[in-house]
Design a binder for this molecule. Structure first.
Ligand code: 13P
Length: 268
């Protein structure tokens, strides 16, 4: 099924608050040894370490020409100023960061990131020519109440309103149902496909069909090597945002290979 679309899948490892810069060095070096050129010929891979690791990981990726994109997990939306403890998009861009997660559910829920802050951060990331990965997803309560679609639509609309069609087409969205994050209970393939197709239909209404067709939508929540292939085989799932299973190089490479095999076999 995946062959019907030309979107290049994106597999991203969100390390959250794991791995100091020494552990990051070992993990990325291990990834570099394990990933073979054929594993990444049909997909993109990014790693999103904590801020304190970024310089170390960037040096390793550049120095050893590793086939990995450098990602961050968050940033503030101002470029500089009296914002103690924050990191600006300009600082990330100067470090060679190419992708930034925006509005991850942990930022929204634990750190009270509002829809308005998500929209401002998305624009700040775009202003610095990095690719935002906009995260959306419903809680278990909303899902049980049958409110998944209305919640996803509201999150997508508040974040994307006013953006140029080209900007929307070039970005990444991640559907991460909150009940599936870190629980070992991934969404079913049908649920992931339905949510991603619905998100794409909202984007089509807002930014037109070409932008909606170009936009990559990842699924995230308890992804591992065993379920990665079937998830990305769904036509509207263009990659995976992986938490726990991305911390260990061997486990992350299993996921990368499962996605690569799926795209290679469907292209054959
Ligand atoms: P897990 O893969 O650990 O469920 O985390 C998903 C996630 O939140 C990635 O951003």
């Amino acid at each position: 099924m995946a062959a019907a679309v030309s979107r290049r899948p994106l597999v991203s490892g969100n390390w959250k608050m794991h791995h100091d810069h020494i552990e990051a060095l070992h993990t990325v070096r291990d990834l570099g040894l394990r990933i073979k050129p054929g594993d990444v010929s049909s997909l993109d891979v990014t790693v999103h370490p904590p801020f304190t690791d970024l310089r170390t990981v960037q040096s390793l990726i550049d120095g050893e020409r590793l086939p990995l994109g450098l990602g961050a997990q968050h940033c503030y939306y101002e470029d500089r100023g009296a914002f103690t403890g924050e990191v600006s998009p300009q600082m990330l861009a100067r470090l060679g960061v190419a992708y930034v997660l925006v509005g991850h559910s942990e930022r929204r829920q634990i750190f009270d990131m509002t829809d308005e802050a998500v929209a401002l951060t998305l624009r700040a990331v775009l202003r610095h020519e990095m690719t935002p990965i906009l995260c959306v997803g419903e809680t278990e309560e909303l899902r049980d109440a049958g409110a998944t679609s209305s919640h996803l639509e509201a999150q997508v609309r508040t974040a994307l309103t006013g953006l140029a069609k080209e900007q929307v087409g070039a970005m990444v969205l991640a559907y991460e149902p909150i009940w599936a994050i870190g629980t070992g209970r991934a969404a079913t393939v049908d649920d992931a496909q339905d949510a991603c197709a619905f998100i794409r239909s909202v984007v089509a209404e807002m930014a037109g069909e070409p932008a909606a067709r170009a936009l990559r939508i990842q699924y995230g929540g308890s992804v591992k090597g065993a379920n990665a292939g079937e998830l990305v085989d769904a036509p509207d799932v263009d990659g995976l945002l992986v938490g726990g299973a991305s911390l260990d190089a061997a486990g992350f490479v299993d996921i990368i290979r499962a996605v690569s095999d799926c795209y290679r076999s469907s292209a054959a």
